[in-house]
Design a protein around this ligand. Structure first.
Ligand code: MG
Length: 280
């Protein structure tokens, strides 16, 4: 109890009273006479004791205990495996049925232990729609390096099919910084470059807050995203400026509360695995 400590100190030490008094009237330095100190001591002790009393009067520890919502029990996954309440979007070829091509046709990507971009086939999106989520994605750019800049291991994770977290081989591969791996494409440069060498599995852990729109289509609240790349924070709750644009400035256009997650086909055979998501 700091106040209590102060009380004791003040009550037992005239020097402290003197210092307090001088502090209180420090703008007009007056040296108090000794006869005034006793009065001041009683005044300050009374004031601090009153504050202490008012501060805690009628309150109990239980008053600030919150019993309104019992958190559900969730069993964490071992390593990066999904926790018990996650929706698994890809853990093997049987999960391909959870996806559909961007063109509405059957997905044309290679589906085995990993899900690999087919440069001849469109991007893919989930059949299920999502809003606020926690998302885990593991990805791997091709081991054999071809191309450079944006042409090297390019794909992308489009939250709600509109907001791209860039996937790119950014290991010793320079490009515009708001277009490298971990960027919110053309909006935010990653805080650091946590890329691993090509051919290595990498992971993104993403927290995404969906935007909301008013009835007239105007923006009510923007989207936010936090991204951890290979265990390193690279985007810290940044406010998205709108849907991803290749040319021109991003802007928001009203859309549904939930939309499918999309993986981009950018001609490079990038692979994905262990994709799971939790609705928030
Ligand atoms: Mg991309």
């Amino acid at each position: 109890m700091i106040n209590g400590f102060i009380d004791v100190q003040i009550a037992s030490s005239p020097n402290i009273i003197k210092k307090c008094y001088l502090y209180l009237i420090s703008n007009t330095v007056i040296i108090p006479q000794q006869k005034h100190l006793t009065v001041m001591k009683h005044f300050i002790v009374l004031s601090l004791t009153s504050l202490l009393f008012l501060n805690s009067y009628g309150q109990k520890p239980e008053d600030t205990e919150d019993w309104s919502r019992k958190p559900e029990v969730v069993t964490p996954g071992k390593g990066d495996l999904p926790p018990s309440d996650a929706i698994v979007l890809y853990s093997g070829p049987e999960d391909l049925e959870k996806w559909i091509g961007e063109d509405g046709e059957e997905p044309g990507w290679v589906a085995d232990q990993a899900l690999t971009v087919n440069p001849e086939s469109p991007g893919i999106k989930t059949k299920q729609s999502f809003g606020d989520v926690q998302l885990h994605v593991e990805w791997r750019s091709p081991k054999v390096v071809e191309g450079e800049g944006q042409g090297r291991g390019n794909s992308g994770i489009f939250l709600m099919g509109k907001y791209e977290l860039q996937v790119l081989d950014s290991y010793n591969n320079e490009t515009y910084y708001n277009g490298q791996a971990g960027s919110i494409y053309k909006q935010y440069i990653p805080l650091v470059n946590a890329s691993l060498p090509p051919g290595t599995w990498q992971k993104y852990d993403i927290i995404f807050t969906a935007p909301h729109f008013n009835g007239d289509g105007s923006l009510d609240s923007p989207a936010y995203i936090t991204v951890i790349h290979n265990g390193v924070l690279i985007q810290n709750h940044v406010e998205l400026k709108g849907a991803t644009e290749y040319i021109g400035k991003p802007e928001y256009k009203s859309h549904a509360e939930k939309l499918p997650l999309m993986l981009q086909q950018h001609r490079n055979p990038v692979s994905y695995r262990n994709i799971w998501i939790r609705e928030l």
